[in-house]
Design a protein around this ligand. Structure first.
Ligand SMILES: [Zn+2]
Length: 148
């Protein structure tokens, strides 16, 4: 029997806990509550991802934390057939860039989807995978067309 990536079963992805640093602590605390948090620059109005101390656009330190809608579009993706480290034995999985509705692009995984049916520009929404250590990993799943 021949098994191709598109016909294999896609099991749950591992959810390794992230390293939490002072500039990312608020973000990771939000994930534990099921909130996707971004930073918003009060000087140039940019939405910022990944969390940091300085606005990457104007170097302001006047950043506030705001909750994102948790929705976006699939900007790019690839089917990873051979993972490493925590992903070594999980089988093929989708690594993706999602462009959030607020603007930033987030490296993530697409879950709860048949990879052969994914398309650039498709609407996606965040889901959180509990790491078991007080944080959760934001991943995305397709939104049914009538709800996007
Ligand atoms: Zn700024």
């Amino acid at each position: 029997m021949t098994t191709t990536p598109a016909s294999r079963a896609y099991g749950p992805l591992p959810a390794p806990a992230p390293e939490v640093h002072p500039e990312t602590a608020a973000f990771w605390a939000g994930t534990a509550r099921g909130e996707l948090l971004l930073q918003h620059c009060q000087d140039c109005a940019s939405a910022i991802w990944y969390p940091r101390f300085l606005c990457p656009h104007c170097h302001s330190t006047r950043l506030e934390t705001v909750e994102a809608t948790g929705r976006g579009t699939l900007y790019s993706f690839t089917l990873t057939t051979r993972g490493i480290l925590d992903y070594k034995d999980c089988g093929p999985y989708v690594l993706a860039l999602v462009e959030l509705d607020e603007g930033p692009k987030m490296m993530t995984n697409i879950v709860e989807a048949d990879p052969s049916e994914l398309a650039i520009g498709q609407r996606v929404e965040v889901v959180f995978h509990d790491t078991g250590e007080g944080t959760a990993l934001p991943r995305f799943r397709p939104v049914p067309a009538q709800n996007g």
